[in-house]
Ligand binder design. Structure first.
Ligand code: NAD
Length: 255
């Protein structure tokens, strides 16, 4: 078990990619703190399955992020592995993009990454070992129409990752992001109706002509594929990978 004795905090781990990463790090022996929303009975079941704690912090609330980090440190220790994965989306042309949705997307997808990272780094540096892994997106490298806030936030995550990687480079702490293409999770499923409306398309057209249009493999990435890469980044053999933006997008950004 390569992560025995390590503490991992995975944000947005009650669903999709975060849940797959949480399962992967728990299977390798890490003590785990889950975060994210969901049905309370389902969260209890997950806690039991993974032997994990859970903090339901709303990551758009700085105070809640600070309380989550303090609670993790108190209950299972400060995170050796911080996975900034929680993310939200809203699809709309920029002229009609609701300003509160802009603030919400930036707060969760970008600003929360700053808060968790600044709070986790001191203990990692003191130990001389740490891993920060941010779930960015192909949208950290390229754009799609009607996703201005998300694309801005994800480009921000990629830049933040590089900057912090340089700051922590001599401390045994690596900081990277993983940039998936379309992964079949509730986040993707939920944006289909808005894209149908914005572009006047059917569900099938959105799936094949919008989502998978950009992905040369013509299949969705799986959450387990992303989790396997995150797990590799936690290994000691990945100690020289830092400041990287690792694409897992079925060839999307190669085009
Ligand atoms: P998902 O909707 O399945 O899961 C999102 C998770 O974030 C859930 O656990 C949810 O409860 C949590 N969350 C949402 N708002 C929160 C808040 N305010 N505070 C705390 N937790 C909150 O999404 P997913 O597809 O698994 O996405 C995970 C990450 O991967 C996101 O950062 C997303 O941008 C990124 N991503 C997804 C895809 C994709 O195609 N699904 C592609 C590239 C990048």
């Amino acid at each position: 078990m390569i992560l025995a004795g390590k503490v991992a905090l995975v944000t947005g781990s009650t669903s999709g990619i975060g849940l797959a990463i949480a399962r992967a790090v728990a299977a390798e022996g890490a003590k785990l703190m889950l975060n994210g929303f969901g049905d309370s009975a389902e969260i209890e079941r997950l806690k039991e399955e993974l032997g994990a704690g859970h903090d339901g912090a709303d990551l758009s609330d700085q105070g809640a992020v600070e309380r989550m980090m303090a609670r993790c440190a108190d209950e299972i220790g400060p995170p050796d592995i911080l996975i900034n994965n929680a993310g939200v989306q809203h699809v709309s042309p920029v002229e009609s993009f609701p300003p509160d949705k802009w603030d919400w997307i930036l707060a969760i997808n970008l600003t929360a990454v700053f808060h968790t990272t600044r709070l986790a780094l001191p203990a990692m540096k003191a130990k001389g070992w740490g891993r920060v892994i941010n779930t960015a997106s192909a949208h950290s490298l390229v754009a799609s129409p009607n996703k201005s806030a998300y694309v801005a936030a994800k480009h921000g995550v990629a830049g933040f990752t590089k900057s912090v990687a340089l700051e922590a480079a001599r401390d045994g702490v690596t900081v990277n992001c993983i940039s998936p293409g379309y992964v079949w999770t509730p986040l993707v499923e939920n944006q289909i109706p808005d894209t149908m409306k914005a572009r006047g398309l059917t569900r099938e057209q959105v799936m094949n002509d919008v989502l998978l249009a950009a992905q040369p493999t013509k299949r969705f990435v799986t959450p387990e594929e992303v989790a396997a890469l995150a797990l590799f980044l936690c290994r000691d053999e990945a100690g020289s990978i830092t400041g990287a933006n690792l694409s897992m997008d079925g060839g999307w950004t190669a085009a």
